[in-house]
Design a binder for this molecule. Structure first.
Ligand SMILES: Cc1cc2nc3c(=O)[nH]c(=O)nc-3n(C[C@H](O)[C@H](O)[C@H](O)COP(=O)(O)OP(=O)(O)OC[C@H]3O[C@@H](n4cnc5c(N)ncnc54)[C@H](O)[C@@H]3O)c2cc1C
Length: 471
């Protein structure tokens, strides 16, 4: 028997039949990345139900020299959870490890296993009168382990930071089969290097995350959502700074160009423009309060009225109901879907310094459209984090293979602009396998060297998600 067959047979005997899936039909959806661009292969999918199961799997992987690809909800945007196409690695699905071990309002901590779905955690925290503030479009499928392993961001980063600031500790099985137990939730712990922080954003290359201690915040008593029209990204940033200077309740601030709103209105049913006039840019603002006595709607309305008077915004409307607030968010969340319906799109998840983003956005769009005639370049998203989803759409006359034939050149062009501006070619989606080549091309040598040294020290056999992240 070859090593993979031997490993699978032993895992079946030791962990039971539920932990070893060999039916190709069951495996198939999980070997293709979320965007459907990368197709891998895995002869079996291992599905542990406990940390001990993961220890067993990692030990077997080391014994037989078979690489493992940890996977949560498979919603990652960089194909980090997609196994290689040659069938040399095995998928480790963490979805059966889905218990919330504890939810402590008094300590503001939740201990969730890696396979807990984000929406499930939201509900559980809500029931306990608390809130886990990180949220994103894939909340119904992505897992806590995946979120930690990609250091996910989302729409609430402005106030609460990325996953890194919301994780109080990590439990993980390291490549040698030992367990790192970092779930004590200590607020202060200065015993040298933080393994927890190293595992966050490691994309499964340093170990399998089995559980995470998560910081909770008080539940929201009320929220107010508004839509404003502005003439430029620079005015949008002025508005953000104006609001932040007067209230600490702003937690969402999303920039949406007119072209993206138009696409949503064209392709997504049951959508309509919040404002009657046309504005070159729009912002979606969300303010929240945990204090039931605060009239958050009135506060935001007053601030927007003052911004209007000062010429910062052209117009604004406050959502009159939860339904309308959701409708505003739907416009924002449907941009990628609308772009897909419209044709071919190249997505770049980039960041530059917040103050530099308005100028970067305007100049980079013009440069890309000039260098690649017929394309339309726009950016939308988390302006307050300096993180924009910079998308380049093929013009209506583009060839059907535009993505394959021109995509790499356009991406290199965009990545060069981002790097020249001192930014990052991956703000929140990670490197995975899709951005590895560009990361290797553009990352400072010192950074690459350190990454390789850490990987080599912790995973000398190279069994943890090889071919991902580390150039
Ligand atoms: C509609 C949509 C909207 C999104 N919006 C955002 C957004 O706003 N912000 C954002 O940051 N991301 C966003 N994403 C990307 C994605 O949801 C996140 O990257 C998420 O963290 C992935 O979680 P997952 O469980 O699906 O991980 P997977 O896709 O399964 O895995 C992602 C990476 O983590 C590793 N991994 C997964 N679980 C473990 C584990 N237990 N131990 C070790 N390694 C592990 C995998 O090997 C892989 O490298 C979005 C995705 C979609 C589909």
């Amino acid at each position: 028997m070859d090593p993979i067959a031997q490993l699978v047979a032993k895992a079946g005997k030791r962990l039971g039949p539920k932990a070893v899936i060999t039916d190709p039909k069951e495996i198939e959806p999980w070997v293709i990345d979320w965007r459907g661009r990368v197709h891998g292969e895995s002869r079996a999918m291992l599905a542990p139900s406990s940390t001990e199961d993961v220890v067993e799997i990692v030990r077997l992987a080391a014994e037989y020299g078979v690489p493992l690809v940890p996977q949560g909800g498979n919603t990652g945007m960089a194909a980090g959870a997609t196994p290689p196409g040659d069938g040399s690695a095995l998928l480790v699905s963490m979805r059966r490890m889905n218990r919330i071990r504890s939810m402590r309002a008094d300590d503001r901590l939740a201990l969730a296993e890696a396979g807990v779905i984000l929406a499930t955690l939201h509900d559980a925290a809500h029931e306990a009168g608390m809130r886990f503030p990180l949220t994103l479009g894939a909340r119904g499928s992505c897992t806590i382990g995946g979120l930690a392993s990609t250091n996910a961001g989302g729409t609430q980063v402005l106030k609460f930071g990325t996953m890194r600031s919301l994780v109080a500790g990590v439990e993980a099985v390291l490549p040698d089969g030992s367990v790192h137990s970092g779930l004590s939730g200590l607020k202060k712990d200065n015993r040298g290097y933080s393994l927890d922080q190293l595992l966050i954003g490691a994309e499964g290359t340093l170990g399998v995350v089995t559980a995470v201690a998560l910081r909770l915040v008080p539940a929201i008593a009320a929220r107010a959502v508004a839509w404003a029209g502005v003439e430029s990204p620079s005015k949008a940033l002025d508005l953000l700074r104006f609001l932040e200077g007067r209230t600490s309740s702003i937690e969402g601030f999303e920039l949406i160009p007119h072209a993206s709103l138009d696409l949503v209105l064209k392709h997504v049913p049951n959508t309509r423009a919040p404002l009657s006039g046309e504005h070159a840019w729009n912002v979606l603002v969300e303010a929240t309060t945990a204090d039931g006595d605060t009239d958050i709607g009135a506060e935001l309305e007053q601030l927007l009225a003052a911004a209007l008077q000062q010429g910062m915004i052209g117009d604004a409307v406050l959502a009159a109901s939860e339904g309308q607030a959701e409708a505003f968010w739907k416009l924002r969340d449907s941009i990628s879907e609308a772009e897909r319906a419209d044709g071919q799109t190249l997505a770049h998840d980039i960041s530059v310094a917040v103050a530099d983003m308005p100028e970067f956005l305007t100049k980079a769009s013009t440069k890309v459209e000039r260098a690649f005639p017929g394309t339309v370049a726009t950016g939308f998203g988390h302006l307050g984090d300096g993180n924009i989803h910079f998308h380049v759409r093929a013009g209506s006359h583009a060839a059907p293979d535009w993505y394959e034939s021109e995509g790499a050149d356009i991406t290199r062009f965009v990545d060069d602009l981002v790097t020249a501006a001192g930014g990052s070619i991956s703000a929140e989606h990670g490197i995975g396998q899709l951005k590895r080549e560009e990361f290797a091309r553009l990352a400072p040598p010192g950074r690459v060297h350190a990454l390789r040294a850490i990987k080599q020290a912790l995973d000398p056999l190279g069994i943890m998600n090889p071919g991902k992240l580390v150039p």
